[in-house]
Design a protein around this ligand. Structure first.
Ligand code: FES
Length: 188
């Protein structure tokens, strides 16, 4: 189409003025710039996702921690305290921390692992051998050996953690739960 226009007599198709050449150039420049922006945006998506990954994923990675040989709990008569190592991942940082849990049994005789964090306001709840109950030192909340709420200000029993058994090892997935509510709700 432009070839035909170029072949017209000079009188009918005067050579473009300087300003029209400049406007064509600036138009092409804008097109080129937009194209580069588009390609740049496409290429940067994976990089942005990679950079933001620590911000958009779960703060705490849910890995299981070993809590001892399963065989050692076969003759359990009361809750036993275990300290497990958990790995906390916050953005790009990794940290290991220790958490206290109790291995106990439910009323069917099945193993149950309880977090020691009180569901009322988060104090560490110890097992009281004399009273045969968990007794929270902060506000006197009491819980049965299987974690069921007995008395006190807590709106629910102690929280059970997810468990599994692998190669004879009891594995516990540590989680945090919302306090001051009656239903168990994972928060991290
Ligand atoms: S923190 Fe345990 S009863 Fe209040």
């Amino acid at each position: 189409m432009f070839e035909g226009a170029d072949s017209e007599p000079a009188a009918l198709n005067p050579s473009p003025s300087g300003s029209s050449v400049e406007s064509r150039r600036s138009f092409l420049g804008v097109l080129l710039g937009l194209g580069s922006l588009f390609v740049g945006a496409l290429l940067s998506v994976p990089l942005i996702r990679f950079a933001l990954f620590p911000l958009i994923r779960r703060t705490t990675e849910l890995k299981s921690s070993p809590a001892g040989e399963i065989g050692e709990y076969s003759s359990l008569t009361e809750p036993v305290l275990r300290t497990i190592q958990i790995e906390l991942i916050d953005g790009w940082r990794k940290a290991t921390s220790e958490k206290v849990v109790y291995v106990t049994k439910d009323n069917q005789g099945q193993l149950r692992v309880l977090t020691s964090i009180c569901p009322h306001l988060g104090c560490t709840v110890p097992w009281n051998k004399g009273k045969k109950q968990f007794v929270c030192p902060c506000h006197g909340g009491t819980f049965a050996a299987d974690g069921t709420r007995v008395s006190g200000p807590s709106l629910r029993g102690m929280d059970a953690l997810e468990t599994s058994v692998q190669n004879g090892q009891l594995l516990v997935r540590f989680q945090y739960f919302r306090q001051l509510v009656s239903d168990k709700e994972v928060i991290g």
